[in-house]
Every structure is written in structure tokens, then in C-alpha cells.
Design a protein around this ligand. Structure first.
Ligand SMILES: [Zn+2]
Length: 271
């Protein structure tokens, strides 16, 4: 058998599909130590190992080879088979062996499968990348939120440790006997934090409004909503008449607040 013929048998040998006289001839040739054929078999084996790893569920069944060969015997030869026959005829054989007839089909199948796997891996990779990117964005958002929260808490702490800060308690009126309130305020900086608890849920279209009472006149200090438990919070950056405040009060007003109190009073506290 000429060497070109032996080389063509190497991929079939690597696939474990070589038998009979061809197997004996190639094994004899390999024992003689041909580096070209040994390298070809090594490369084929490595390639098949990679394909097997990528495609564990598509390992060819034992019957695949015989089914493919039976089909080839039945059908009129396809173009790749014709080309292959031409090659083998040039090399001096009248009819290609069954193993060699099967080879181009197996190669085409493997190449198609490998291409499919590559495309599938690529689209998976893109999906994973998009997922990782969105996760990263979420984490950055979370870090930003935590930083904002920290800055806010730092500000509150700085506000609370100032010796100028005063605390005034507010009690519920007969309208809200269980309600209570507390305002921490700095008369000089005019900053204040107001907390309310146990206020009834305001009816639709209404809101609670905080007032500073100075020289017996009410001054707007802002509106606030309450949660399901009746707890409300208001941060005030510029408290009106802070240096002259005598009392604090909360009334129920039309949504958005009003310039002067019109509704019933729910909380009241004096200095
Ligand atoms: Zn060789």
C-alpha cells in the first residue's frame, strides 16, 4: 500500500473504525515508526476528544456507521463521494473501502456539529456577558444607594451631636389621642428632623402638614405622608422662624399643603 493511502486511513484508525486488511497494514506501518502518520493519528484523536467533550450527548451510537454506510450503498453517490472515488481511483483502487466511503460523510457531520456547537457557545457567551453586565450595573446601583444612605446618616449624626439641637415632643389631640410626634431642631442652622407615629391614615386628597408657631402665628414647615402604621417623617432644611418658635403643630390639610392652616389639628407641642 502506498504511503498516501496509509495516511488517508489514519483518521479512520483514530476514530476506531478501521478493520480487516487495512487495519493490519496500517498497524504494521505504524510499528515501523512513521512520524507523519503517528502525528496525524495523535491530532485526530485530540480533535475527537475535544468534540466529545463539547458534545457529550451527541457521541455517535454503535449503529451510526453501519446506518450511514447502508444509506450510501442505496443512494446514488453524492458529490463529495464522487470526488473521493476519483482520488482513490487515482491512487490505484477500483472501489473505495467501506471505511473510506464513510469518512467524508463523518467529517462533514463532525464539521457541521462543531460549527453548530461554536455558534451555540457564542450565543451562550453573549447571553452570559449581557447577564454579567446587568448584574454589575445592579451592584453598582446598590453601592450608590448604600453610599447615599451613609452620607445621609453621617449628616443626621452630625446634626444630632450638635449641642444646639433642641427636642420638642408633640402629643396627640382629641382627634388622634394615640398619636405622638417629636421634632429635633437647630434654631441657628434652621435644620430640623420631625417624626410622627400612630397618626390615622389621611383620607384621599388630604395630607398632614407641620407648622411652626412663632409670635402666635403659624408658619408652614412642610407636608408629610404616613405609612400603614401611621408613622411619618419630615426633614427640614430651612425651618421658618426657627429662632422664634414657641410651638409645633400638625394639621390635616388638602393634598399639597396650604399657606395657612385650615384643617383639624392632630398633634401639638410647646417648648
Ligand atoms: Zn506513514
Amino acid at each position: 500500500m502506498i504511503h498516501e493511502k496509509l495516511q488517508e486511513l489514519c483518521p479512520v484508525y483514530a476514530a476506531g473504525a478501521l478493520d480487516g486488511e487495512e487495519l493490519r497494514e496500517l498497524e504494521k506501518h505504524l510499528k515501523s515508526g512513521c512520524p507523519i502518520c503517528q502525528q496525524q493519528i495523535r491530532e485526530c484523536s485530540e480533535l475527537m476528544a475535544v468534540i466529545a467533550q463539547t458534545l457529550p450527548s451527541l457521541e455517535p451510537s454503535a449503529g451510526l456507521k453501519s446506518r450511514v454506510m447502508a444509506q450510501i450503498e442505496k443512494d446514488s453517490p453524492g458529490s463529495s463521494l464522487v470526488e473521493f472515488k476519483t482520488t482513490t481511483q487515482i491512487s490505484g483502487r477500483k472501489r473505495p473501502s467501506k471505511a473510506l466511503t464513510w469518512l467524508p460523510w463523518a467529517c462533514a457531520l463532525a464539521a457541521g456539529a462543531a460549527l453548530g456547537v461554536s455558534l451555540w457557545n457564542l450565543s451562550n457567551l453573549k447571553r452570559e456577558l449581557a447577564g454579567a453586565q446587568s448584574q454589575l450595573n445592579q451592584q453598582q446601583d446598590q453601592i450608590q444607594q448604600i453610599q447615599n444612605q451613609l452620607e445621609k446618616e453621617k449628616g443626621v449624626t452630625a446634626f444630632l451631636i450638635s449641642p444646639e439641637v433642641r427636642v420638642t415632643m408633640l402629643a396627640g389631640t382629641p382627634k388622634s389621642p394615640r398619636a405622638a410626634g417629636k421634632i429635633l431642631w437647630n434654631p441657628r442652622e434652621r435644620k430640623a428632623l420631625f417624626y410622627a407615629s400612630n397618626l390615622p391614615s389621611p383620607p384621599s386628597g388630604k395630607t398632614y402638614q407641620l407648622w411652626v408657631i412663632a409670635q402666635n402665628k403659624p408658619f408652614d414647615a412642610g407636608t408629610f405622608s404616613v405609612d400603614a402604621s401611621g408613622n411619618g417623617f419630615l426633614e427640614i432644611d430651612s425651618l421658618s422662624e426657627a429662632d422664634k418658635a414657641q410651638k409645633f403643630a400638625v394639621t390635616l390639610e388638602p393634598a399639597g399643603g396650604v399657606p395657612q392652616p385650615t384643617g383639624e389639628m392632630h398633634l401639638l407641642g410647646s417648648l
